[in-house]
Design a protein. Sequence first.
Length: 169
Amino acid sequence: MQQQTGISGRPRWAVALTGLGGLLMVIGAILPFVTGSAGGPFEGQSLGGLDTPDGKLYLGVGIGLIVFAFLIWATRSPALRKILGVLVILASGFMVYAGIVDISDVRDQAEVDIGIGLYIVLVGSIIGVVGGVLSLIATRSTLEAPPPPAEASMPPPPPPELPSEPSSP
């Protein structure tokens, strides 16, 4: 599968998915990470992502992914695009791991439920990994515009002449 690129040779899907993953991470970091379970002493209470150190980390990495998406879009160097793709994969991959650990930690606690913010952060991290992978697999042929058609240097040969038929008297 070839990476679809725009007129200027920028990988659309890599940029879109990296930016979307970062945006989801930022949104998820703002939303509640932990909510009180129904009937428990913490019912109706929630702990937002920005109230936790991990939530602030998710916010920072999410903003970083948005910046990386812009840099992937702006650069024309395939080598720099691949370096940025590796950085996106590493940052997003670490956030996938951290999200899974945070979800399992909250699940182990009694009387609280996992908030929507952790799930959105996890989904954003996974999308970020996919965007980084697409940035890596964008090949040189997909990053450059196709060459213009070559003009013929010689005109086509004339059609062969047919022998004339003798006229009948």
